[in-house]
Design a protein around this ligand. Sequence first.
Ligand SMILES: [Zn+2]
Length: 150
Amino acid sequence: MKDTKAHREAEARMLPGSITAQGFLGEESRHLAEIIEADEGEFTRLGLDFESVAAELERLRDAGEGGLGEPMTVEATWVVQTGDARGKLPCPYEDGIHHKNSIWLRRIDSGESLVYSDLSIHLLRAHHFLQGRGSAFRLDPAAIKRILAR
Ligand SMILES: [Zn+2]
């Protein structure tokens, strides 16, 4: 992947204090295009595809919203808890605005968990961006594979 202008502009908006206080890049020293390229490679290696993972994260979010903020057990496999901060966040690529929410997803058998948001789902689906290592919202490909396994 080339280090395009769109990536460089998005990368600037991902720094701490631009769209969110913490930013999106965690402790990364790599450029955005490199992070995305590496995660695309991991997705391929693990047999994951971005659209299916996004759809599954949405399905679990929707199931968890039935708990109205309380933890919900879903299909005896996961516990999902959703919270809504009642705000909106723009995508760093400036192609949309998303609910400022947070979804906590924990797998019951392993206890392993992920935190994501509507914006995280969009970044994953539309831009193949899983956020930087060290970010609280990082969607590590291997963790996604373990946590979403059937
Ligand atoms: Zn976007």
